[in-house]
Design a protein around this ligand. Structure first.
Ligand code: NAP
Length: 261
């Protein structure tokens, strides 16, 4: 599907959750993939999972909030894959909380996690992408950039920068053939969503069932999404079938966003 066999892809922050779902889809379509995370054991298990699908996959342990590690990750991925065709940038989830719950240290960490890491990996990846025949960058963001979601002030505020970056790069790099797009997940079932559910249960003294019902009653497709459902869009975006798509920001949210544009 999408003819992405042998496409060389780095998916950051991908030893579980949405990143891992994306990696699974890409590997199932024959792409060669490097995944990443901080915990060695989780990463090794994830790589084994991808290999057991018969695919080519490698793991590189690195913390995206540390510049040297983020940069080393890209070089290491390009070495393992002998180049790079696609950077799929996912990052770790920031601490949930209202503005008034968060410390300045939380904001400093959030800036490294959600903005600086994107700059570090993008700058490192570009020289490799310029050597590719179908180069692309896909940034994972959140529907929170269009409609802020209560209790995730860091995400609501900081991720908007990624859209400025993506639009800027789409214009600057289009003439060199590099396509740059953004994917906006809505509620996708991962440990992050489980964390947000628990947080709402405690904050509002509600049961799990009540919180889940509140979430899905506001989603037209009446369910939480699966990581692989984000992966199918990413597979399309890195493929030649998306050859005229750049600078786009595409939601995968079961219709959750109410905004017209
Ligand atoms: N799930 C959703 O509904 C949803 C919706 C919109 C946006 N998002 C965003 O999408 C991203 C992924 O979310 P998720 O739900 O897949 O989270 P998740 O299930 O918690 O998975 C996060 C992944 O990132 C890795 N990671 C975390 N911090 C890292 C760091 N500093 N450096 C390198 N790897 C790191 C984790 O591995 P280690 O812990 O081993 O490092 C893990 O593999 C997050 O930014 C989240 O806020 C999620």
């Amino acid at each position: 599907m999408f003819d992405i066999e042998n496409t060389r892809v780095l998916v950051t922050a991908s030893s579980r959750g949405i990143g891992y779902g994306i990696a699974k889809v890409l590997v199932s379509m024959g792409a060669r993939v490097v995944i990443n995370g901080r915990e060695e054991e989780r990463l090794s298990r994830a790589v084994e999972g991808l290999k057991s699908m018969g695919g080519e996959a490698y793991g590189v342990r690195a913390d995206l909030t540390v510049r040297e590690e983020a940069e080393r990750l890209v070089d290491e991925a390009a070495r393992l894959l002998n180049g790079l065709d696609a950077l799929v940038y996912v990052t770790g989830p920031p601490r949930p909380g209202f503005f008034t719950d968060l410390s300045l240290d939380d904001w400093e960490y959030g800036i490294r996690l959600l903005i600086k890491s994107a700059l570090w990996v993008t700058r490192k990846a570009l020289p490799y992408l310029f050597e590719s025949r179908n180069p692309s960058i896909t940034y994972l963001s959140s529907i929170a950039v269009k409609e802020p979601i209560p209790n995730i002030a860091l995400s609501n505020t900081l991720r908007i920068s990624i859209h400025g970056l993506a639009k800027t790069l789409a214009r600057e790099l289009g003439p060199r053939g590099v396509r740059v797009n953004t994917v906006l997940p809505g509620y996708i079932y991962t440990s992050r969503v489980e964390q947000l559910i628990r947080d709402r249960m405690e904050r509002y003294s509600k049961t799990r069932e009540e919180v889940v019902n509140e979430i899905i009653s506001d989603i037209p497709l009446r369910r939480i999404g699966k990581p692989e459902e984000v992966g199918y869009l990413v597979a399309f975006l890195i493929s030649k079938y998306a050859s005229y798509i750049t600078g786009a920001a595409i939601p995968v949210d079961g219709g959750r966003l109410r905004a017209v544009f």
